[in-house]
Design a protein around this ligand. Structure first.
Ligand code: FES
Ligand code: MG
Length: 579
């Protein structure tokens, strides 16, 4: 590829810090020299910020300490000046109440780190669920050239000859344990085998979905998202990413040229074909809005109706995991399989059109990446429901639920809090039938707070013991992308702000009709008006601090849960800082 140089060294953003012969320039240079650098390191060279979401509490990114060095190697080879800039690690495993509360904090940190520092281009290192949208949202707002470096999926889990999938198999075997079919010893073996290398979750959960979205949007070296974290190809990809970002700075290849309506549509289409996490909906809406691209829940539903799921990866698929996906050809192969549905002219960070990267893509296992004539599910993985329970929408993954719940009605069993629900499902005498619709409310963006992944409500023990493994569940929460079951999620507006979900009572009949995209409670209008008049707004969750700011500015799920003041239409961005 030939470099399309459109910038001179004097025009580098970092030159404002380092090239001026005034007292400020002296100060900046002397402080670089304090670290042992000299003009040979910085003069006339693009300064590349490597935003790494490494932390000892994020096992998905444990290899980033080393990968940063590989990125630096690439940056140096290409004549850049690499600097590591740590950013909030958003560990899905350990952060409470939920990383979703903090996604926007990472986005703000990313944007302001870039704006405030002498950065010409950035490599964004993430992978664990919220890090992908958080980093990308912030970098889109900052606007300097950027490449996303996906952490890569961890190896397949392994126990007693079985391949274990992140999340999915934890839920599955937990239900078996609660039903009494798994011994202590087996349970400990599963605990030790389900996550056995660094890298993000290796089901098609939120992490794999979001890195695939970043890839399809043109923000990674094309196909990079499928490389398993421990594979030597991942190391090579890291160095290539370092080399490429330096070229991107000289080419002035800014993200607004990459994240166009066509790129967003490509990303959403690919997400549907992968059998994506429901969380993708919220993050896609948020990322698109940061880029000034109009995208709505209805657009995603329309894509969902027409895009078959062809990635046979758990939890939508039955057998395979991300490692199998990579060996089958990975995202390049999947994208080439649906190339007629993609805009192949969309530009990627490589500086070339997406179509060029797909030219040689091959499928090596067509049970893992299915032909369009043999999808694992004929429609896309997501459906958006609306009705008097969710006027602004709710989301379900039809492919992941028992088809008998696609059209269903049953009496509501309503819980106002997670602890109440958790206690009730353990009660073997709970009065519940397989037709009941279990409801959890006050678990949305404000009520949760942070919209925790509580949406795959645990099956009541009373039903598990009778052999049931699925029932219709409904909430204003999210669910982990590795979850499955008949779970209606993201009900908007949420109960905490007075959405109609707040008016539902035990025994009311809830009706779902996925083919017609409806979600209703069969309660008459006059009764609902009376209930609304009696509804009392719950107390605010936060009296100060970040949580207070979050609660004052976060949008509902159908808008992407971003802060209002971070959207481009809120006001003009700050210009370059005075130096
Ligand atoms: Fe990090 Fe699943 S916990 S990706
Ligand atoms: Mg997850």
């Amino acid at each position: 590829m030939s470099l399309k140089i459109s910038k001179t060294p004097g025009e580098l953003r970092s030159a404002r810090w380092f090239a001026s012969e005034d007292l400020r320039g002296f100060g900046h240079r002397s402080r670089l020299m304090q670290m042992g650098y000299d003009a040979g390191d910085w003069a006339g060279k693009p300064l590349i910020g490597i935003l790494s979401t490494w932390s000892d509490l994020n096992p998905c990114h444990a290899h980033f300490k080393h990968r940063v060095e590989d990125v630096k190697r690439g940056v140096l080879q290409a004549g850049g000046f690499p600097v590591e800039m740590p950013a909030l690690a958003l560990s899905e495993n350990f952060m409470k109440p939920t990383t979703m509360l903090y996604r926007n904090l990472l986005a703000m940190e990313t944007e302001e780190q870039i704006r405030a520092h002498p950065v010409d281009g950035v490599v964004l290192m993430g992978g664990c669920d919220k890090t992908t949208p958080g980093l990308i949202m912030g970098a889109l707002s900052a606007g300097v050239p950027m490449i996303y470096l996906p952490a890569g999926p961890m190896l397949r889990g392994n126990y007693a000859g079985q391949h274990l999938g992140s999340g999915s198999d934890a839920w599955k075997y937990w239900d078996e344990r609660r039903a009494g079919t798994i011994s202590d010893k087996e349970w400990i073996g599963i605990e030790a085998g389900i996550a056995r290398s660094y890298g993000h979750c290796m089901t098609m959960g939120t992490a794999s979905t979001m890195t695939a979205i970043a890839d399809a949007m043109g923000l990674t070296l094309t196909g990079a998202s499928s490389i398993p974290a421990p594979d030597a190809n991942h190391i090579r990809m890291s160095a290539q990413t370092g080399r490429r970002i330096v070229e991107m700075v000289w080419e002035d290849l800014t993200p607004d040229r990459i994240v166009t309506p066509a790129a967003v549509r490509n990303a959403a289409t690919v997400a549907m074909a992968t059998g994506c996490s429901t969380n993708a909906v919220i993050h896609l809406l948020a990322m698109a809005r940061r880029a000034g691209v109009a995208l709505t829940l209805d657009d995603l539903d329309a894509l969902g109706r027409t895009t078959p799921v062809i990635a046979n990866i758990r939890p939508s698929g039955k057998i395979y995991l991300m490692e199998d996906f990579y060996y089958a050809g990975g995202l390049l192969a999947l994208m080439s399989q649906i190339r007629e549905r993609l805009d192949l002219d969309a530009l990627t960070v490589s500086g070339e059109a997406l179509g060029a990267a797909l030219a040689d893509a091959k499928i090596y296992n067509d049970d893992v990446i299915r032909p369009l004539s043999n999808p694992i599910y004929p429609e896309g993985s997501l459906a958006v429901l609306k009705g008097n329970l969710a006027p602004d929408g709710a989301v379900i993954k039809p492919a992941a639920c028992d088809p008998r719940f696609h059209v269903h009605q049953g009496p509501a069993l309503v819980f106002d809090s997670y602890p109440d629900m958790k206690a009730a499902v353990e009660d073997e005498t709970l009065d519940v039938t397989p037709d009941h619709v279990m409801v959890l409310r006050n678990a949305g963006p404000l009520g949760g707070p942070g919209m925790p992944e509580w949406g795959m409500l645990p099956m009541p023990k009373a039903l598990l013991k009778q052999g049931h493994r699925d029932m219709l569940r409904l909430s204003d929460a999210r669910m982990s992308g590795t979850s499955y079951g008949a779970c209606v999620l993201h009900v908007a507006p949420e109960a905490h702000v007075g959405g109609p979900l707040a008016l539902l009572r035990n025994g009311d009949i809830v009706r779902i009709d996925i083919p017609n995209r409806r979600l209703d409670m069969l309660v008459d209008e006059v009764e609902l008006i009376q209930r609304r008049a009696a509804w009392m707004k719950p107390a605010d969750r936060f009296g100060r601090g970040y949580g207070w700011m979050y609660a004052s500015h976060v949008s509902q799920a159908d808008k992407g849960c971003d802060f209002d003041y971070l959207l481009p239409e809120f006001g003009p961005a700050a210009g370059e800082p005075d130096i």
